[in-house]
Design a protein around this ligand. Structure first.
Ligand SMILES: NC(=O)c1ccc[n+]([C@@H]2O[C@H](COP(=O)([O-])OP(=O)(O)OC[C@H]3O[C@@H](n4cnc5c(N)ncnc54)[C@H](O)[C@@H]3O)[C@@H](O)[C@H]2O)c1
Length: 318
């Protein structure tokens, strides 16, 4: 399957990730047929996508006259088979459960042609694992988006051991056509690329928090205003080059043995989990939240990310 042959997209699962993925394809001009097992998710999808697109308009990233055409490209169907009709590219963003994914990949092949590319947005399961019961696993691949998917630029493209190079290249080209920063991950390792790096940082951050090295507010401010700020415009390897590899090697030798390197969850974090303090929706995670203002806080976060996406996009365009 070549990029030019991809005309019709199907998105299965319209939760946090799926609705934003559907929006991204529709914004790039693709007709999208979608399905979710939950009637609530099916009914609210259009409103959620409309709200997102309106945020793009408010930030000058979409023209207001394009809102209705974008929405009209998305149709929500009552069955998976209906949604999959005529699909050239299918992506699932359903529950993160091994059996649910494996059943989906075995089943969906009956509703699409043998050349349709079938992608998984799984954060943890490789395509070799999810697609284990497929007839044609060579057309299956992981496309791992980041939340909120309609805003965060990177999509990790992770072929399985059976995926053909042609499918991988077409999938990369397709996501670049959406304006995404599609990166190829060559090995099916747990966490792919980004989540490994993210967990390495979180392990150290949780340890610093546990030891009271700084307050929760100062830890967030320190990382956001230094690494976060710099990483918005340079990758970590480029940061090393600009700092000088000799300096970084000296720091590495001195610090690497001292960094947290076990796999135990710190006591203070485990306590939050045990007490059900899991994040904004519970009123408390590591920070405290007022449930009445969560929507407003997430909307402010999305607006700030959209402004950043616009700025970085302008800086990086040739
Ligand atoms: N949330 C994130 O930050 C994030 C980031 C990257 C990848 N992912 C991955 O994306 C996938 C979806 O995550 P999410 O956060 O959107 O979850 P979610 O719970 O918000 O949405 C999942 C949706 O899938 C629907 N669903 C479940 N099983 C289904 C099935 N068999 N057929 C059709 N619909 C089904 C549910 O009704 C729900 O609406 C997961 O694999 C997850 O690991 C999530």
């Amino acid at each position: 399957m070549e990029l030019e042959q991809i005309r019709q997209i199907t998105v299965i699962g319209l939760g946090r990730m799926g609705h934003g993925i559907a929006q991204s394809f529709a914004t790039a001009g693709f007709p999208v047929r979608a399905f979710d097992a939950s009637a609530d998710a099916r009914e609210s999808a259009r409103r959620r996508i409309r709200d997102n697109v309106n945020e793009f308009v408010a930030n000058g990233l979409v023209n207001s006259k394009d809102v209705e055409p974008i929405l009209s490209r998305i149709t929500v169907h009552k069955s998976e088979a209906d949604a999959a009709q005529g699909a050239d590219f299918v992506v699932e963003a359903i529950a993160e459960k091994r059996k649910v994914k494996q059943d989906f990949f075995a089943r969906i092949e009956n509703s699409v042609s043998d050349t349709t590319i079938i992608a998984s947005n799984s954060s943890t399961f490789t395509i070799s694992e999810s697609g284990v019961h497929m007839r044609c696993p060579q057309r299956a691949i992981v496309t791992h988006w980041f939340n909120p998917p309609h805003i965060v630029p990177t999509v990790e493209i992770v072929p399985g051991s059976e995926t053909t190079d042609q499918i991988t290249e077409t999938t990369i080209a397709l996501h670049r056509k959406l304006g995404k920063q599609a990166v190829r991950v060559n090995a099916e390792i747990p966490g792919f690329l980004v989540n490994r790096v993210q967990m390495a940082m979180i392990r150290e951050v949780w340890d610093l928090y546990e030891r009271g090295v700084a307050s929760r507010e100062d830890i967030d401010a320190a990382i956001q205003g230094s690494l976060g700020f710099r990483l918005a415009v340079s990758g970590p390897l480029a940061v090393c080059d600009f700092g000088g590899i000799d300096i970084w090697s000296t720091v590495y030798k001195r610090l690497a043995p001292d960094l947290r390197h076990d796999s135990l969850i710190p006591v203070s974090i485990q306590k939050l989990v045990d007490e059900g303090c899991l994040g904004p929706r519970c009123g408390r995670g590591i920070h405290e939240y007022d449930p009445a203002t969560i929507e407003e806080v997430s909307s402010r976060r999305d607006t700030a990310m959209l402004k950043l996406a616009k700025l970085v996009g302008e800086e990086q365009s040739p």
